[in-house]
Design a protein around this ligand. Structure first.
Ligand code: GDP
Ligand code: ZN
Length: 375
């Protein structure tokens, strides 16, 4: 895909972000405590293979690559990703800049890699709000929604469910769709919108205030790129017509951070089919807060709600007050989380071994005695 953001646009908008940088005590403290006056702060806006594209206070776009030290000492999920704030060498001709440090992330969305070896990908960093986009004319999968909610909360960001294409359904259908979502996501804001007509978009403006970062996640075809275009006020993201089976579309090919005229920032992500989960207790408890509230009345504190005596959750299901599918979903996700945690532990152990091997090798190299000089 072509570079779709014009740097003039970024130049106009990013200085205000760097102005607000000064008001973010955590970020400016993290940067100044590096004690690297030779480096400048910048934010990663996209990936181009192993390189990243970033924007610094001048508003100019630059290519950059992580330093050799970062590549050798950081795990894949710690390397610069879209939304990261980094410390880089200042611009020098056409040379790619070198990223020397990734500043601590305020939030991150982790996705387990498709390789099943526990490989992790950080989909986006430093996102304030995730818009979980669904489509009013298609049944949202409750299980997928639960996964998204858990992953978002686990990474420290706030979820909002955006129900797009409200122009395709009538009032009753919309009401039914919203009620279904509200049951799966108690307490989560739900915003019906239409990227095509613009209806409801105003309700989302508060999340796109200057300096705030939003990322869009959701299945392919729900209208994420169309929403980005609606906010940009132009066709920056390619939108492909959808076929009857929603297949064969690959409109958004990479994750990218866009600066909006509102001063807000938005990250579009390719449709993610398999959204793996990671260890997450916070996210699971919040997502199943209704089950947790019932569980408080179970006789046993460690009740698993699988037929134990005095189980208040089972009683609520028998009384028709709780959808049994919800408890099944929770158990399924619990098992998945436990498996992910095991895989993650193994992957971390592997990465640690490789890291120490590299460090040992470097030390042996350093202390190696030159046979000729004897030094
Ligand atoms: P993405 O894969 O989530 O980025 O989805 P796209 O933005 O590429 O949109 C997929 C299809 O849905 C395209 O044909 C869009 O024109 C269509 N679409 C997106 N938003 C709306 C909407 O609000 N109403 C209607 N009727 N169609 C929409
Ligand atoms: Zn119970």
């Amino acid at each position: 895909m072509e570079l779709v953001v014009q740097s003039s646009n970024l130049a106009a908008i990013f200085p205000s972000i760097f102005a607000s940088w000064g008001h973010d005590p955590a970020l400016s403290l993290a940067f100044s405590s590096l004690e690297r006056p030779d480096l400048v702060p910048a934010r990663v806006v996209s990936h181009l293979g192993p390189q990243v594209e970033l924007v610094d206070a001048s508003g100019a776009l630059r290519l950059a690559q992580p330093s050799g030290r970062l590549r050798h000492t950081l795990r894949a999920d710690q390397l610069p990703t879209v939304g990261d704030w980094v410390a880089v060498t200042p611009a020098a001709g056409a040379e790619p800049a070198i990223v020397h440090c990734v500043l601590p992330r305020r939030t991150q969305l982790i996705r387990r890699g498709a390789d099943k070896r526990g490989g992790e990908q950080v989909v986006a960093a430093n996102v304030d709000t995730f818009f979980i986009v669904t489509s009013a004319n298609r049944d949202a999968s409750a299980r997928r929604l639960e996964r998204y909610l858990i992953a978002v909360r686990d990474g420290g960001a706030a979820p909002v469910i955006v129900v797009n294409k409200l122009d395709l359904v009538d009032g009753d259908e919309l009401a039914a769709a919203l009620a279904e979502l509200a049951a799966v996501a108690p307490g989560v804001p739900i915003a019906p919108v239409s990227a095509h007509s613009g209806a409801g978009l105003g309700e989302l403006a508060c999340y796109l205030a200057p300096g705030r970062t939003v990322a869009l996640i959701g299945s392919s075809g729900v209208g994420k790129s169309s929403l980005v275009n609606a906010w940009l006020g132009s066709d920056h993201q390619a939108v492909l017509p959808i076929d009857d089976n929603d297949r064969g579309r690959h409109a958004t090919t990479r994750r990218e951070l866009f600066a909006l005229p509102s001063g807000g920032l938005v990250i579009d992500t390719p449709g993610m089919r398999a959204f793996g989960l990671l260890d997450s207790d916070i996210g699971l408890d919040d997502t199943f807060a209704d089950v947790a509230a019932l569980a408080a009345a179970c006789r046993f504190r460690d009740c698993r709600h699988q037929g134990e005596p005095g189980c208040a959750v089972d009683a609520a299901i028998d009384a028709g007050e709780l959808d049994p599918g919800r408890l099944d979903g929770m158990h399924k996700l619990e098992r998945e989380l436990a498996a992910a945690e095991r895989r993650r532990d193994q992957a971390v152990a592997r990465a640690e071994r490789a890291r120490w091997k590299a460090i040992n090798k470097a030390q042996r190299q350093r202390y190696k005695v030159d046979p000729k000089s004897g030094r």
